[in-house]
Design a protein around this ligand. Sequence first.
Ligand code: FES
Length: 85
Amino acid sequence: MIVRVDGEELVTESGRTVAGLLLALGRVSWRTTRGGGRPRGVFCGIGVCHDCLVVVNGAADVRACQRLVRDGDDIRTQDGAELPA
Ligand code: FES
């Protein structure tokens, strides 16, 4: 399948989470915190902490550790989060 990560087109296999794909690419962070812009990536890996938020197909606050990559996905780094403090 073909996906885009921050505008770069990549070929990847199915059954992989967005976080798994990003980690395989060598990325350890893909969003920043609202207060201070500190880098975040996977922390819990089970959908609880919301540290791994990313933009997928224009939708913000997608948990990368819970979302399986789908053909044609457009995955983008997220600046901050829309979730309540
Ligand atoms: S790493 Fe904690 S919700 Fe994804």
